[in-house]
Write a protein that binds this ligand. Structure first.
Ligand code: ATP
Ligand code: MG
Length: 264
């Protein structure tokens, strides 16, 4: 099977500073890839490259065997550590906005039937992330966990194939985090998503991922720390990529929040 996403010989440099050095990765459809590594290793930079926000200095990226367009496409969605939702819009409007941008790129507004369809879809997505009761609430009135659920709904309503998560649960309390692990695992499974998640929490990386990548520099020059970039120094496959084919975790009838913290 050919990979969904391929990175070939990717280098990212800012001036004379090398951030990513010769990154080669194949990511299979349906996998959940966790990325760990020290601060400043270039993990967020790598996500920006995959998202198309940053153009690599060298190398090529392929999506389904085709060169990746150097702009964010609807095939890729992203959720950051800090809430990226619009403060002046309700949960429902925030979620509808994701669709409006895609379907009416110039005016970013939908009307009539199209708008009602978008609202129905947004309401369904908010339900799926556990915000069905909070459609008309504004971000300032929400907890951190609720805001992250909203950011996830906003990313998922565009039906991306690849969901990029940059420390999405880093700012949340442990209890809320466990709930979010259950949620993201369910969304991953139900939507056949491919997920690439950066985290500083090793336990989270291993309990959610089907594969863990550790990014770091292979070589250090103490006199010129910027001279070498980071790459995947460890690549650990954990379990089978396709979520549908590992039903045992799903069918035990365990509450999802427990399931996600039990092993690591
Ligand atoms: N636009 C930029 N211009 C110059 N240097 C940059 C730019 N963006 C990132 N860098 C540098 O690239 C390196 C990697 O940054 P990046 O944010 O990708 O690291 P990270 O692994 O995500 O770190 P953290 O775990 O702290 O989030 C850092 O040294 C950073 O200073
Ligand atoms: Mg980062």
């Amino acid at each position: 099977m050919s990979p969904l996403l391929s990175l070939r010989n990717i280098w990212l440099e800012y001036g004379d500073k090398i951030v990513l050095e010769n990154v080669n990765l194949d990511i299979e459809a349906g996998s959940f890839v966790s990325i760990i590594g020290p601060s400043g290793a270039g993990k967020s930079s790598l996500l920006r490259v995959v998202l198309g926000q940053e153009v690599p200095t060298r190398g090529r990226i392929f999506l389904d065997g085709e060169p990746l367009l150097s702009e964010c496409g609807p095939d890729r969605g992203v959720v950051f550590q800090r809430y990226s939702v619009f403060p002046h819009l309700s949960a429902l409007r925030n979620t509808v906005f994701g669709l409006e941008c895609e379907k009416a790129p110039l005016s970013a507004r939908l009307f009539g039937k199209a708008r009602r369809a978008a609202e129905a879809e947004a309401a369904e997505m908010l339900d799926a992330v556990g915000l069905g009761h909070a459609m008309h609430v504004y971000p300032a009135q929400m907890s951190g966990g609720m805001q992250q659920r909203l950011a996830i709904a906003q990313a998922l309503i565009k039906r991306p194939r690849i969901l990029l998560l940059d420390e999405p649960f880093g700012a949340l309390d442990p209890g809320i985090r466990a709930d979010m692990h259950g949620l993201i695992r369910r969304l991953w499974r139900d939507n056949g998503l491919t997920i690439i998640m950066v985290t500083h929490d090793i336990r989270e990386a291993f309990s959610l991922g089907t594969r863990v990548l550790a990014f770091d520099k292979r070589r250090h020059d103490p006199h010129a720390p910027h001279r070498f970039g980071a790459t995947a120094v460890y690549d650990l496959p954990l379990r089978k990529a396709e979520p549908e084919e590992t039903p045992d975790a799903a069918d035990q009838g365990q509450p999802e929040s427990k399931e996600s913290v039990g092993h690591g």
